[in-house]
Design a protein. Structure first.
Length: 73
């Protein structure tokens, strides 16, 4: 299952790359991409996974890298 999200206040491409790498390591996530240029994030998760709990983990991981960044659900 693939979902796209808009990001607010993502400040740099390096932070986007760090967020992407951290999200890819989460359980249930098949792939992820975070684009600084478009301020968008795409997450591909297992169909059987609880997407809401995965997104809770994504928010935590992203807050560690970029505290000001907001993921619009």
């Amino acid at each position: 299952m693939k979902k796209k999200f808009k990001l607010q206040d993502l400040d740099c491409a390096n932070c986007a790359a760090k967020m992407e790498d951290a999200i890819k390591k989460l359980n249930g996530v098949n792939d992820a991409s975070v684009s600084f240029m478009t301020q968008k994030m795409t997450i591909d998760a297992d169909d059987n996974a609880d997407f809401d709990s995965i997104m809770d983990e994504v928010v935590k991981v992203c807050a560690k890298v970029e505290p000001d960044c907001v993921i619009l659900r």
